[in-house]
Design a protein around this ligand. Sequence first.
Ligand code: SIN
Length: 474
Amino acid sequence: MKKIYGSLIHGKWIKGSNFLNVSNPFNNKTITKISTSNITQTIEAIKSCQLGFKSWSKYSAKDRSEILKNFYSLVKKHRTKIAEIITLESGKPIQESIVEVDYGASFIEWSAEQALRIKSDIFESPESGKKLFTIRNPIGVVAAITPWNFPLAMVTRKVSSAVAAGCAVILKPSELTPITALELGFLSLEAGFPPGVFNIVNGEPKMIGKVLSTNPMIKKITFTGSTEVGKLLMKNSSSTVKNISLELGGNAPFIVFSDADLDAALNGFMMAKFRNAGQTCISANRLFVHKSVSNIFTSKLLERLKKLKVGDGMKGSDIGPLISNEALKKVINHVSDAKKNGAKILFGGNKHKLGGLFFEPTLISNVKKKMKVFQKENFGPIIPLIEFDSDDEVINMSNETNYGLAAYFYTKNSTTIWKNLNNLDYGMFGINSGKISTYLNPFGGLKESGIGREGSLQCLDPFLETKFALWNYD
Ligand code: SIN
């Protein structure tokens, strides 16, 4: 990669004097340099979006939809190249990156279609001679702040819905994985996005986050990332009462009931646990298995763990490196906290012999509620295994967390299914499935996992304001 990437402001690539090295977590080698945005450029990008919004919001829904469809086709055309960039900068296995490109592109296609379906309501008035109705207008300039774990899909899930609704977007991608987003910037121009409709700023997250969340020109913040940063953005956004959507951390229970199809449950678990080496907000973070099937399930799981190929994402591994030293330190800290408090390591438990940012797939038993592996999101290849006796017990244990994003369970019993759906405090469920990600999922959570939903039939709603009118026509 020879390019030096800059900020995308009003249809032009702007380069400054400060740079950020983007490195490959597999070998820590620098992939490329990014010219970062300073405060002045960030404000310039916001002003450009303000102008972009003025013209874009007047485009017909059909024209917006057509431009988004061009964008979709270009992303699909460059599928392989984009997937390689995702793997290079995030370390995830290439086959997962390809799935991410398709998943990410599906949000663009879906939003392009939904642009044509923005609806308002008209009511019969309780009084004669009057019409009551609503209209929907795009909210304005949107700031999207996206994470490193899905460098493409989290960008397209936000940006394409906002743009389809008629908003202009200023994007701040993760400083760990900005190249994918910047490549999307090139494709957006080729697709026909007018200047100022999609701007990208890079670099220092604290400074840029502060500017975006306090600037009065920005009407909405949409963020995916940690609960800690989400709370800070929420606090900063209160000074200008911004509309805010947050998709934050998770602590997903994965529950195997006594009547579950154990092989299917195991397949679902491997998918929900090891996608992106456990670095997803909806990753199975705690494995609950009914006592009566725990021995057999554990021995099957151990067999699968032995077969996992850890290594270079470019070379067909199942599990790549963690994203950073901080991520590695966190995983090490969770395992040592568990050991100190009496847990038993059934598999793995150490840094991987490959060194660098690799950690062994790890299975831990004798897990207690006070342990970090129970309380917190590990964002790594660690499995805390907890046995349970009754439905009520596992529901209570699953809910003993501040998070409420995703939950998974395997059972054939429809009463158990309904009981779980009604009593588990989570926003999304995999019922006999380890996969819940689709453009049709209203993605989001309860409690400290966030506010609002992204994607789905209602994907444009977070980017639209509803106005009400009473028309006295007599
Ligand atoms: C996430 O981890 O935040 C998103 C995962 C997904 O969309 O599947």
